[in-house]
Design a binder for this molecule. Structure first.
Ligand SMILES: *[C@@H]1O[C@H](CO)[C@@H](O)[C@H](O)[C@H]1NC(C)=O
Ligand SMILES: *[C@@H]1O[C@H](CO)[C@@H](O)[C@H](O)[C@H]1NC(C)=O
Ligand SMILES: *[C@@H]1O[C@H](CO)[C@@H](O)[C@H](O)[C@H]1NC(C)=O
Length: 431
């Protein structure tokens, strides 16, 4: 099976009820498979338990004592709630040319706008609105790379649109040949000449080397070999000059995955093969973050700030992505209305643990690390996904997407977080 149809694979939902025979069409097959990878079975995690016993209602407390920077002590911007903000920030709309139809919900006909009328309010401080000029001044002469899955690209597209009010980038699409078969259709670079600022996406959904390897070709449950200790050259060979690197991965860890370490099979997730040890998907997730972060810590010439954007929850209800599930809600959950558990919680905890370990190591070399802990805030936003107003990338095919986020929408908050930390970065280095 060739990879020519792989532009389909970056994570979208599939509407239910597709006749089986349609699955014989290769592109549809690909679509379906990759959907599965991207869609965690979040509906199972949405049992309506309420826990308001502590301020961090959704998450167990995490030991952050290793984080000793004054700014993190002064205000945890990730600890807060969505508050009504009539009129919304309205940074951009469906006319933003840089948006993909995939996440351009209004262009695709989404009728309701109430989901724009909310802002994230940290309890202990205010998260300022995004200021595109301020952002571009901070990144003048610098570069930023998003590395990982299509939710990472979703984040970058939000940033491109936020900046589009101030500057237009040039697309540097073919500066190099992509190394991984998927990346051909997914990686992209942009250049803001007025600010000498380069922004790039390196598509690497596992962060490590992976091979789509099913002998029967692709299907929704076909298998991928994941080399847990070999960082993906798609990004490792290009990242060393970047000043900011934002990692995003976890959405693909529902696939059947054969895990390799030192070139040997160590186990498998979802293979149901008596000859291979069953391992949880978080086993793989932990190792790929360990590998990716270690690679950055050891990469010659790399002097950037590494961000890890934590797991982005999905919100299928009344079924899975392929059994009629959807995400029809039109407003956020109230604080405590939903509890993070199951895979979203495990993925989040795994990422934070690996991040903390790498941060300690990196600090010895003067490298900076930042956690973008968006998981809890986004858990509360079932209304922020395309739902029925999603599209396949580069195809006018409708999908029910409760994985990615509408642009504009609550994902724009991720860039408010990003700007917040970039401002702190300059304060710390100049003081
Ligand atoms: C945190 O910073 C304070 C003041 O700089 C220092 O005394 C303390 O040892 C640091 N703690 C850790 C865990 O690094
Ligand atoms: C643009 O930025 C790069 C670093 O990203 C730097 O090497 C180069 O000198 C800058 N060019 C100009 C014209 O400032
Ligand atoms: C497991 O290994 C045995 C012996 O090599 C083989 O006969 C059997 O088919 C294998 N089972 C699976 C599910 O691959």
């Amino acid at each position: 099976m060739k990879f020519q149809a792989i532009d389909l694979l970056n994570g979208r939902s599939r509407s239910a009820g597709i006749p089986k025979r349609v699955l014989l069409v290769p592109s549809t097959l690909l679509l379906t498979i990759f959907l599965v990878s991207l869609i965690s079975r979040s509906s199972k995690t949405l049992s309506p338990e309420v826990d308001t016993s502590n301020s961090h209602a959704l998450l167990p407390s995490i030991d952050t004592s290793s984080s000793n920077s004054t700014e993190e002590k002064s205000c945890d911007v990730f600890l807060g709630e969505w508050v009504s903000y009539p009129g919304g920030p309205r940074y951009y709309d469906e006319t933003c040319k840089l948006l993909l139809d995939q996440q351009n919900c209004f262009k695709n006909g989404r009728p309701d706008r109430e989901f724009l009328n909310w802002r994230w309010k940290p309890y202990e401080c205010d998260l300022p609105l995004f200021d595109a000029t301020q952002f571009l001044k901070l990144v003048r002469g610098k570069s930023m790379a998003f590395v990982g899955d299509s939710v990472g690209r979703n984040h970058m597209l939000s940033l491109l649109c936020l900046l589009s009010t101030v500057a237009s980038p040039e697309k540097l699409s073919s500066r190099y040949e992509p190394l991984s078969p998927y990346a051909k259709y997914e990686s992209s670079q942009w250049f803001y000449a007025d600010y000498n600022f380069t922004l790039g996406m390196f598509f690497s959904p596992f962060l490590v080397r992976s091979i789509l390897s099913d002998p029967n070709g692709f299907s929704w449950n076909s298998r991928v070999n994941v080399y847990l200790d070999e960082a993906d050259e798609e990004w490792t060979t290009r990242i060393q000059t970047f000043d900011h690197v934002i990692l995003s991965a976890a959405q693909w860890f529902w696939r059947q995955m054969v895990f390799y370490e030192k070139g040997q099979v160590v186990g498998c997730f979802g293979c149901k093969n008596e000859n291979i040890t069953d391992l949880p998907n978080t086993y793989g997730l932990r190792k790929v973050f360990r590998t990716a972060l270690r690679t950055l810590n050891e990469l010659k010439g790399y002097n950037g700030v590494t961000f890890l954007r934590t797991y982005s929850p999905t919100h299928f209800e009344n079924g899975e992505f392929n059994t009629g599930g959807s995400c029809p809600r039109r407003k956020p959950f109230a604080k405590g209305e939903r509890r993070l558990e199951g895979y979203p919680l495990e993925a989040y905890l795994t990422q934070v643990e690996e991040f903390r370990t790498a941060e300690k190591e990196g600090r010895k070399k003067g490298l900076q690390f930042r956690l973008l802990e968006t998981t809890e805030a986004m858990m509360l936003r079932p209304d922020g996904h395309p739902n029925h107003y999603g599209r396949m990338k580069n195809k006018n095919v409708k999908v029910v997407d409760c994985v990615h986020w509408c642009c504009p929408g609550p994902i724009d908050t991720w860039n408010e977080f990003l700007l917040h930390f970039m401002k702190l970065g300059t304060q710390t280095s100049s003081s």
